[in-house]
Ligand binder design. Sequence first.
Ligand code: CU
Length: 452
Amino acid sequence: MLNRRQLLGAGAAGATLVSSQAWGKTLNMGLPEAAQMDSAATAITARPSTGVDYNPVVTLNGWTLPHRMNNGVKEFHLVAEPVERELADGMIAHLWGYNGQSTGPTIEAVEGDRVRIYVTNRLPENTSVHWHGMILPSGMDGVVGLSHPGIKPGKTFIYEFDLIKSGTFMYHPHADEMVQMAMGMMGMFVVHPKDPTFMPVDRDFLIMLNAFDIDPGTYVPRIMTMADFNLWTWNSRIFPDIDPLVVNRGDKVRVRVGNLTMTNHPIHMHGYDFKVTCTDGGWVPESAQWPEVSIDIPVGAMRAYEFTADHLGDWAIHCHKSHHTMNAMGHDVPTFIGVDKKQLTQKMRSFQPDYMPMGTAGMGDMGKMTMPLPDNTIPMMNGWGPHGPIEMGGMFSVVKVREGIEADDYEDPGWYENPPGEQAYEWIGELPEFASNTSPKTILTPKPTQKG
Ligand SMILES: [Cu+2]
């Protein structure tokens, strides 16, 4: 699992932020400089040093867009552009995104702020930005042709509005809709409450669900795909290279999950029950919350849930659609479970000596195999845990709850060591008779009959 994180200062200067010298100047009337990010590492933002205090969100494998104050207006500069995104170690995708990455940077501001967002278009076609869930003037709503003309290549538009409510919102184009979303143009917009005592949490994680269809060995998503995506990602990142959610025992934790894919995702977290506290429509009153262990995130929606991290351990968090915890898979592979491929293997090896039969006892062995793959792809499932391969990929990560983790520390603490008596173990006595391994019910291919 990767473990590269930087602490960005309050105005956001950091190791991987380039060309950000102009930030901090408060009365510069020119175009705000557009910060660029060149890394897929999780960047931790420091708490604000002036204005309303809030606990910044942690965008897994993402970052928060810096802003400047200009006569009381919070100014941001988004640049829509082609980007190269590291989906995982060993796999780069050529996407469209914002300010060097896809998904785009998280925008954070405070209820009551007036924001002015400059959007520069470096794409080869029109774009726009729609502020999903925001209550704002109709002309700022970002639907090309309806709200305003498209932003032509090379041009910059200004969106300006008041943030009249707190919550979790999203941004994406409403321009060449299918293509621009399939290419990765999306991000999240968090508006913190102006009352710091309203719904406070110690850790506040942010995940944007997205999906791509990139053939192994290629770089550009197939934009016509509607259902059979082969890469299911969180913030354009796949397991095992999605960072863990690191939590101190006793912390109040919020996880905000937005969905701009073409299907719903039931997000399931182990070890806890929790409650939905916010949707992209607003905060859910306590009297209307109920316990869950999986939350369906509908298409074009956001759900935030909260829990108190009382249970130490390494807890899986994943989409519960089993195909969404796989990487780079084809959907036309036949099922081989129970098939005796000995004869086939012999025949294949007569002209391809290193032919390897797969999948006869399930596909878990595919995680362990080191098969030659085309360049620029990764296996279906290749994460490793403390007890062997984790037979999942895609939309999967680990919530790591530990004792004694400092506030603002998100460093991967390594694997949890289960105390004695608290881990499943092997029975080593006598076994009852069982025959499922050799039962005709699971061995579908009859043994070749002796020729008589
Ligand atoms: Cu899913």
